[in-house]
Structures are given as structure tokens and as C-alpha cells.
Ligand binder design. Structure first.
Ligand SMILES: Cc1cc2nc3c(=O)[nH]c(=O)nc-3n(C[C@H](O)[C@H](O)[C@H](O)COP(=O)(O)O)c2cc1C
Length: 289
């Protein structure tokens, strides 16, 4: 019988590491993010980006964006410090337009003339007036938008070639279409977001639609039980106590995040001078989150 697993086709070969290795030397699934920034004349610029990933995830919340340093987006971030990351849903018309908006060398005016997206003001406009910043408009068709300001401290430093710019973006606010926010709250349901495999053959971008996500439960032996939650609660510093009925509310939290989540809940309790965490209090914290 043909032994496919040990056949020649299944052998590893060295493919070399070319520049832009993520799209030239590998298959690397990436998001499609339309970055909106404020241009010099106050108009909102739209640029297509995929190299945009979570960077700081627990105490501070950051995204990393990698751009050509001469792009409109890079220049606008440097000058005005604000950006919105608009995650558009999978739709071939939207992706066609994202490719058009991903062509280097066009001015903001030219891009706005060819964009099919609807720009609406950021709800942060009022805040902006307070702190002297201007915020870009956001794309109404988006599933979700991360509204960010650039962090220019030394949290991240990379001495790469001058043509590349790496931006550490502090997430100030995440907004989401109501129906998807419900999915998130209920713990069920997903939007259909596009996956970008990049510009592999210098002619075209390659996108795919993901299939409906399925759930793969953590084996019971590895999952968090109420005992594991209680164990962690009892090992936290401070005087906050937990009602035993509260433990089961946290059994879905992955074990690696449990300590951090309990710490945040205790902080929220302390800030409200509450010394007993009850299931009702957890519901309140969850609703705020
Ligand atoms: C789907 C897609 C993803 C892209 N991702 C990136 C990226 O991550 N970084 C980058 O520098 N350019 C990326 N590009 C190319 C930029 O969109 C292109 O440089 C464009 O001119 C940027 O627009 P701007 O100058 O208005 O910022 C991408 C293009 C497309 C179509």
C-alpha cells in the first residue's frame, strides 16, 4: 500500500528566507485591517494593512503595526499620533477595494475618491478636544474598530532598516457592531473576517474566508474547576474575600489567565470598597467589561 505519510512529498525541504518572508517564504494567515488616520489637511486617510498584531495583552493593551515608513499611514501616525484599526468583514467587494486602497503612492484625496467605505466620526471627538488630539473617522462597515494612540516611549525599540516603521499602538477603545458584541457576551457566534495570505506572486493578493469556528473543549483533566479557582483566589494578596458561589463564574477562564483575571476583579472590588466578591458583583464587572 502507498505510504503517503512517509512519501517524498511529505519530506521537508529548505525554501530559503526571502525579504517579506511571511508572504514569500511561508503561508502565514493574517488579518485585513483598514487603518484610518488623519492627514495633514484634516481628511481621514484609509490604508490597507495586515501586519497588525496584539503586542501587550494583560496590563497594557497594545497592537504592533508594521508599515512602509513613507506610507500616508506612517506619516500621519507620526504627526498626529492617532489611528483607528477597522476590521472589515469578509466580502469580495470590500476586499477588492482594500487592494485598490493598498496601492502605494496615492494621495488621501485620490483614495477617498475610490473608497466604497462609509466614514463616520469617532465617538472620541469630544475627548480629543480635551487632550488636543484629532481622531480619524472610523469605517461604518467594520465588525470592530480598535481606536488607538501611538506609544513613543521606550516600551519597544527596534533598530531595523529605515524603510520599515514599527508602531506600538495603545488601544484606547474597542467598539463593535452590536450583534457581534452580543456574540462575545454570550460566548457563542462569530463574525466572518477575511484571512490574508499576502502578496505572494507580485501580481495579486490572496484572501480566504474562514469556515465557521467549532469548539474544542479543554480536556476535563486540564480545565479549570471551581477548586482551581478557589485555590487561586486563596493565594491572592489583599483582604478581599470571595463568596463560594462566585467560583463557578470563572471556570471558563483559561488557566494561564486565571490569576490575572482574579487580580483585576479584586482591584475592581477594592476600588468600590467591596470586601466580598459575590456572583452579582462578577456579573456587574462582566457587563462593564
Ligand atoms: C490586504 C493588504 C495588506 C497590506 N498590508 C500591509 C502591511 O501590513 N504593511 C505595509 O507596509 N503595507 C501593507 N500593504 C500595502 C499598503 O496598503 C500600501 O503601502 C498602501 O500604500 C498604504 O496606504 P497609505 O499610504 O494610505 O498608508 C497591504 C496591502 C493590502 C492590499
Amino acid at each position: 500500500m502507498f505510504d503517503w505519510f512517509n512519501s517524498e512529498e511529505k519530506e521537508f525541504v529548505d525554501v530559503g528566507i526571502l525579504d517579506n518572508f511571511y508572504q514569500t517564504s511561508s503561508f502565514y494567515p493574517m488579518p485585513v485591517v483598514l487603518c484610518t488616520t488623519v492627514s495633514e489637511n484634516g481628511l481621514t486617510n484609509i490604508g490597507s494593512y495586515s501586519l497588525c498584531f496584539p503586542f501587550g495583552i494583560s496590563k497594557d493593551h497594545y497592537m504592533m503595526l508594521i508599515s512602509r515608513s513613507s506610507s500616508n499611514t506612517a506619516r500621519n501616525i507620526k504627526a498626529r499620533k492617532t489611528i483607528a484599526l477597522n476590521f472589515i468583514p469578509y466580502d469580495k467587494e470590500y476586499l477588492k477595494n482594500a487592494v485598490e486602497l493598498g496601492y502605494p503612492g496615492e494621495t488621501t484625496e485620490e483614495k477617498l475618491a475610490e473608497s466604497i467605505f462609509t466614514l463616520v466620526p469617532s465617538e472620541r471627538e469630544e475627548e480629543g478636544k480635551k487632550d488636543g488630539l484629532v481622531y480619524p473617522e472610523v469605517i461604518k462597515e467594520s465588525v470592530q474598530v480598535f481606536e488607538c494612540t501611538v506609544d513613543e516611549s521606550d516600551v519597544f525599540h527596534y533598530d531595523g532598516p529605515k524603510i520599515e516603521a514599527h508602531f506600538l499602538l495603545k488601544i484606547d477603545k474597542i467598539i463593535m457592531q452590536k450583534r457581534y458584541a452580543e456574540y462575545l457576551k454570550e460566548g457563542e457566534g462569530f463574525p466572518t473576517l477575511p484571512v490574508d495570505f499576502g502578496y505572494r506572486d507580485s501580481k495579486q493578493f490572496w484572501f480566504s474566508k474562514h469556515s465557521h469556528p467549532y469548539a474544542e473543549p479543554i480536556p476535563k483533566s486540564k480545565g479549570v474547576s471551581t477548586d482551581a479557582v478557589r485555590y487561586q483566589v486563596e493565594r491572592m494578596e489583599g483582604a478581599i474575600k470571595w463568596h463560594p458561589d462566585s467560583y463557578k463564574k470563572l471556570v471558563k477562564v483559561p488557566r494561564i489567565f486565571l490569576k490575572m483575571v482574579i487580580g483585576k476583579i479584586n482591584e475592581a472590588a477594592a476600588s468600590e470598597s467591596i470586601d466580598l466578591v459575590t456572583p452579582e458583583f462578577l456579573d456587574k464587572v462582566n457587563a462593564k467589561r
